[in-house]
Design a protein around this ligand. Structure first.
Ligand code: C2E
Ligand code: MG
Ligand code: MG
Length: 611
């Protein structure tokens, strides 16, 4: 499984050399010849030294070469510097003899070597004794080097000082930074390691993948098999994962069954597919075979250009998406999508402020009966008086709150405002019904009618019959039963209904018959082009025919010219609203418009004298 992972090889010379059987190496690079003496630590490598020799001598990491039995043959100067031991001190000993111990105390480096008969590489977290006599966390990787017969020739052990990554951790307690069960770095240390990894990625222009991994249905396994099996499973699982790491990769355990991988090599779909495949291999725990799957969420730095804690959060978000997508899969975090969500969130916050700070306005557009010339009502239309962007139309901000509960807040604001405007107009002897647009989310809200009755009660001077609720045909169709229920309750309160944008929602005739609407509004998109587009004309004719058959009054929206008005009259539609009559206007402009309207003779001529 490990071998099949297609991860790019590290270009380091020592690594490349160690991946080839020693007998195939040129003599100067065979284990014994590869090594420089400890004296070389102080002196520069002679010009005659091969690149492999200088890599060994000048590596930052401690390098130990052990024989087939894991007994020390050679160590490099970095090892001596880190541990304070000379080659003579450790020669012939196994690493645990000079206190390089796996953090999982039940295992030693020999076991680490032996338990992987199929693999020639392993990596694990260890604690090692430094020259000051104190123990520090380290990362030990062991590469087994074989001869041409496949026999183990020697081992290359590289010990990286983990505590040196965040310098101040050297003086702190191990429990603070390492998970007690698995010995892996915990969230605390991981947070610092991410920071380090980001700097490393920046400095070396390398990619960094932060991968959040969560075992699927772990709770069920834990409940079924008991927590001790659960613990053993987690330890074994952690070990399996740690064997999949390369170079500076980090594995941390950040919660019960949650792990995080910091991957410093380029990763792709293929890599994660193979990672999932190896996770799927059965695990043998206390005599039981357990099959696991996991969900992975990945974010890629610097593509996802955020702070470390956010990187982790993004990887987690992606992991939850992988869970939603059915588990046993991986999902990449999408920074662009996230930025869009962030912008949307900020826009919604701004809208909430607008609602609370009184930046919203209602404009009113008159509706007339073309036969009598009378104004029959007005439609309340929302506007946002934005301090920087000026007067915004609904199309510029309603999409921001679409399908959120903010639509309910806005709807209640509009109803409140319309009721108080009706009350003011009444005091000026203007008694006109007001049509209020109700969004689908608002209409289908379970306590819609209850809230409406409370709002109506705050204006006892206003007759509920002066309120007509315009509902979109598509809203009613979304959940017909719920819509019918709410509409029936509202009708009991005395309000009436109009069906808005009729013709755009593909409602069936059955539903149209069911809906308790008192007015059908023909959508302006059909009306606008009815004089030039035969199809639109056909739709307008059909809607008028249908409304007549169902004996419902109808109103044409978007009546921009007298020609439209005449054509509609000829087809039998007498109620109209549109720019040809009046554009939506602020409430204070309406009284003056009402005075002037009868003087619009050209519209008056449409009126048929009532005998
Ligand atoms: P709507 O309810 O169909 O409102 C009619 C829209 O057509 C209004 O646009 C109006 O200004 C525009 N209009 C009227 N006559 C003409 C005309 O002759 N030509 C043209 N081209 N347009 C005309 P507005 O005010 O931009 O509103 C757009 C939509 O926003 C409304 O369509 C309605 O669906 C929604 N809306 C407006 N106010 C509210 C509100 O308070 N609550 C909710 N939920 N939606 C609202
Ligand atoms: Mg409307
Ligand atoms: Mg409309």
């Amino acid at each position: 499984m490990y071998q099949s992972l297609s991860v790019p090889k590290e270009p380091s010379l020592s690594r490349q050399a160690s991946q080839r059987p020693s007998s195939q190496l040129p003599p100067s690079q065979r284990p014994s010849a590869l090594l420089c003496s400890n004296a070389m630590a102080a002196a520069p490598v002679s010009h005659a030294a091969s690149p492999a020799e200088s890599a060994f001598c000048y590596a930052n990491e401690a390098i130990i070469i052990t024989d087939a039995d894991n007994r020390v043959l050679e160590v490099n100067p970095a090892f001596c510097e880190l541990t304070g031991f000379s080659l003579e001190d450790v020669q012939g000993k196994t690493p645990e003899a000079f206190s390089i111990l796996p953090l999982d105390n039940s295992r030693n480096t020999r076991l680490v070597c032996e338990e992987l008969p199929l693999r020639d590489r392993s990596k694990s977290q260890v604690s090692y004794r430094s020259h000051d006599g104190q123990f520090y966390p380290g990362m030990m990787s062991i590469n087994r080097v074989r001869d041409e017969h496949g026999e183990v020739n020697h081992h290359v052990v590289v010990l990286a000082d983990l505590s040196a990554i965040p310098a101040h951790t050297r003086h702190l307690n191990r429990e603070v930074y390492f998970d007690a069960l698995t010995g892996l770095p915990n969230l605390q240390l991981l947070t610092q390691l991410i920071q380090e990894s980001m700097q490393h990625a920046d400095a070396k222009q390398l990619p960094l993948a932060v991968c959040s991994l969560d075992i699927d249905f772990f709770k069920n396994i834990n409940d079924r098999l008991g927590s001790s099996v659960g613990d053993a499973l987690l330890s074994t699982f952690a070990l399996r994962l740690s064997h999949l790491l390369f170079g500076d990769d980090v594995l941390a355990r950040v919660g019960g069954d949650e792990f995080v991988l910091l991957l410093h090599h380029g990763v792709d779909d293929d890599f994660f597919e193979k990672l999932l495949t190896s996770i799927r291999q059965p695990l043998l725990i206390e005599g039981q075979t357990i099959n696991l799957t996991a969900s992975l969420g990945v974010t890629l730095y610097p593509n996802d250009q955020v702070q470390g804690d956010l990187l982790l959060r993004h990887a987690n978000q992606a992991m939850y998406r992988a869970k939603q997508r059915g588990r046993d899969t991986f999902h990449y975090f999408d920074p662009n999508h996230d930025r869009q969500l962030q912008v949307r969130h900020e826009q919604r916050q701004r809208f909430i402020d607008a609602l609370n700070d009184g930046e919203l306005r209602l404009h009113y557009q008159p509706q007339v009966d073309m036969r009598t010339g009378k104004v029959v009502g007005v439609e309340a239309l929302i506007r946002w008086q934005h301090p920087e962007h000026g007067l915004l139309s609904p199309a510029q901000f309603l999409p921001i709150i679409e399908a959120t509960t903010l639509e309910v807040d806005l709807g209640e604001w509009v109803l409140t405002e319309a009721l108080s405007q009706l009350s003011k107009w009444q005091k000026q002897d203007i008694r006109l019904p007001v049509n209020v647009n109700i969004s689908p989310t608002h209409l289908l809200n379970s306590n819609f009618s209850q809230r409406l009755s409370e709002l109506l009660a705050t204006h006892p001077d206003v007759s509920p019959s002066l309120i007509k609720l315009e509902v979109l045909e598509s809203a009613a169709m979304h959940d017909v039963q719920a819509a019918l229920k709410n509409m029936a309750r509202c009708q009991l309160l005395g309000v009436t209904f109009a069906i808005d944008d009729f013709g755009t929602g593909f409602s069936s005739l059955t539903h149209l018959r069911q809906l308790p609407v008192n007015l059908i509004k023909i959508d302006q998109s059909f009306v606008r082009d009815m004089l030039i587009d035969h199809d639109d004309m056909a739709i307008v004719e059909s809607v008028i025919y249908m409304a007549n058959r169902f004996k419902r009054p109808m109103l044409a929206e978007g009546v921009e010219t007298l020609e439209h008005a005449k054509a509609l009259m000829a087809l039998g539609c007498e109620l109209a609203q549109g720019y040809g009559i009046a554009r939506p206007m602020p409430a204070d402009s309406l009284p003056a418009w009402l005075v002037k309207w009868p003087a619009r003779k050209e519209w008056g001529s449409l009126a048929i004298p009532v005998s």
